[in-house]
Design a protein around this ligand. Structure first.
Ligand SMILES: *Cc1c(COP(=O)(O)O)cnc(C)c1O
Length: 407
C-alpha cells in the first residue's frame, strides 16, 4: 500500500481528478474499495485496510454482517418496495421493535439522517402549535454551536460551519443557536415560543465533543420545566457506538424525540427514523408528511434485524469494553504528537499537535499504513471502527498510528 502522499494531496488540490464525472462535493482519501468484510476493506489493487471510520458509524456491525445480509436477501426475495400507499408485513414489526428499544410508543420511518432531522423539526413545530399553543409561525427551536444535523437547506441554515452554509441561503427562520455544553445559555434562550431543543448528545462531526456532565441533565430539566421537546440527534452517537444503546444513557437522560439513522441501515441501505411517544408523533395525520421510500419492506427488514441484534446488549457491552482499550491506547500518544483524545466507547476524537500536518495529511499517512480514518476539522481525527473490531486489531491500529505519528 504505497500511497504517494504528495500526489494524493495534489489530487485533493483538484489537479488530475480520477473521477471527473462525480460532483466534487468530497475530496476522498485515494483508496478505492473493491470489497469489504467485517472491519476490513480491500482496494482494487488487493491492499487491505482496517476501516476505522466505519462510514461515520453507519457500519457499526461491520461490512456485510452475515445476519443483516441474510435478512436483506430474504426480503429481496419477497417484496422490497410498496410505498406507504398500502401496507407491507415488515413495517409494523420494525417500528414496534425500534419503539421498544427506545422505550417510546411510535416510529416515523424515513431514509436518510437529514430527513429524520427535518421530520423531527416538522413534528416539533406542529406539536408547538397544536399542543403547546404557540401562535402560528412563531415556533423557535434551540440548536447548538458546532452542530451537524445534515445537509438540507433548513439544516445548513442553522449550522455555524461556513463551508456548510455559505452560498446556500436564504435560510429557514425559527432557530436560535447557543454554545454547546452551556446549560445557562439554553435557559436564557428559552422563551414562550420555544418548541424544542435539537442537540447531538455527543457532537460527532464537530470532533467527538463530549459535553460537561451536568449539561444534558440540565437541558432535560429545563425542557420539562418549560414544556419544550428535547430532541436527541443520535444518528451518529446511537445504536451501540458509545457503549450504550443511546449516548444520552451515559447521563440517565431520556429525550422526548430520538432521531436515528446511519447504523439503523445495517451498513446496507439508508434507514432513518424519528422515535417518540404518541402525544408527540401523533400530531402527524394522513397526508401531512411522507416519503416514497421511507419504511419500505427491505429497509424495515434490515432495520428490524439491526434492532434485534441490539436487544440483548452485547454489542453495547463490546463497544464499552473495547472502547476502554481504544482510549487507553490512544491516551498514550497525548504529549507525543497528540494534544487530546475525547469520546466514549468505540468513538474517539483526536487533536493532533501542530507540526504533525493537517488531519487530512495524517489520514493519508494512516492509509499508507493500512488504517482508514477521517479528519473532521483541520487537525482533528475521528475514529469510529465497526464494533466487530477486535482487541488485537485495536492494538495493530494503535501501533500503526504511532508509526504514522513519527513518520
Ligand atoms: C450524519 C449525521 C446526520 C445526517 O445524516 P445523513 O444520512 O448524512 O443525511 C444527521 N445528524 C448527525 C448527528 C449525523 O452524524
Amino acid at each position: 500500500m504505497a500511497i504517494d502522499i504528495g500526489a494524493a494531496l495534489r489530487v485533493v488540490a483538484d489537479e488530475p481528478n480520477p473521477e471527473p464525472h462525480v460532483a466534487h462535493n468530497y475530496s476522498p482519501i485515494p483508496v478505492t474499495a473493491a470489497t469489504a468484510e467485517g472491519a476490513w476493506v480491500t482496494d482494487v489493487d488487493g491492499a487491505r485496510y482496517l476501516d476505522c471510520l466505519g462510514a461515520y458509524s453507519a457500519v457499526n456491525f461491520g461490512h456485510r454482517h452475515p445476519a443483516i445480509v441474510a435478512a436483506a436477501l430474504e426480503q429481496i426475495n419477497r417484496v422490497t418496495l410498496t410505498s406507504r400507499a398500502f401496507r407491507s408485513d415488515r413495517l409494523e414489526p420494525f417500528c414496534a421493535a425500534l419503539a421498544g428499544l427506545a422505550g417510546k410508543d411510535m416510529v416515523l420511518p424515513m431514509n436518510t439522517g437529514a430527513e429524520a432531522v427535518e421530520s423531527a423539526i416538522k413534528v416539533a413545530r406542529k406539536w408547538g402549535y397544536e399542543v403547546k399553543g404557540v401562535p402560528d409561525l412563531q415556533a423557535q427551536i434551540i440548536v447548538a454551536g458546532g452542530n451537524f444535523h445534515g445537509r438540507t437547506t433548513t439544516i445548513v441554515g442553522f449550522s455555524d460551519d461556513p463551508d456548510a452554509r455559505n452560498g446556500f441561503g436564504p435560510f429557514t427562520p425559527g432557530f436560535v443557536r447557543v454554545p454547546f455544553g452551556d446549560a445557562d445559555a439554553v435557559a436564557a434562550a428559552i422563551g414562550p415560543d420555544t418548541v424544542a431543543i435539537l442537540i447531538e448528545p455527543i457532537q460527532g462531526e464537530a470532533g467527538i465533543i463530549v459535553p460537561p456532565d451536568d449539561f444534558l441533565p440540565r437541558v432535560r430539566d429545563l425542557c420539562t420545566a418549560h414544556g419544550v421537546l428535547m430532541i436527541a440527534d443520535e444518528i451518529q452517537s446511537g445504536l451501540g457506538r458509545t457503549g450504550k444503546t443511546f449516548a444520552v444513557e451515559h447521563w440517565d437522560v431520556v429525550p422526548d424525540i430520538y432521531t436515528l439513522g446511519k447504523a439503523l441501515g445495517g451498513g446496507l441501505v439508508p434507514v432513518s427514523a424519528v422515535v417518540a411517544d404518541h402525544d408527540v408523533l401523533g400530531v402527524l395525520r394522513p397526508g401531512q408528511h411522507g416519503s416514497t421510500f421511507g419504511g419500505n419492506p427491505l429497509a424495515a427488514a434490515v432495520g428490524l434485524r439491526v434492532v434485534e441484534m441490539l436487544s440483548d446488549g452485547s454489542w453495547q457491552a463490546r463497544a464499552a469494553e473495547l472502547g476502554e482499550h481504544l482510549h487507553t491506547r490512544l491516551r498514550d500518544f497525548v504529549g507525543s504528537g497528540v494534544i487530546a483524545v475525547r469520546g466514549k466507547g468505540l468513538w474517539a476524537g483526536i487533536d493532533l499537535e501542530p507540526g504533525r500536518g493537517t488531519g487530512k495529511e495524517f489520514c493519508l499517512r494512516l492509509a499508507d499504513h493500512g488504517v482508514l480514518a477521517k479528519d473532521t476539522h483541520d487537525s482533528t481525527l475521528r475514529l469510529a471502527p465497526p464494533l466487530v473490531v477486535t482487541h488485537d486489531e485495536i492494538d495493530w491500529m494503535a501501533d500503526r498510528f504511532a508509526t504514522a505519528l513519527h513518520s
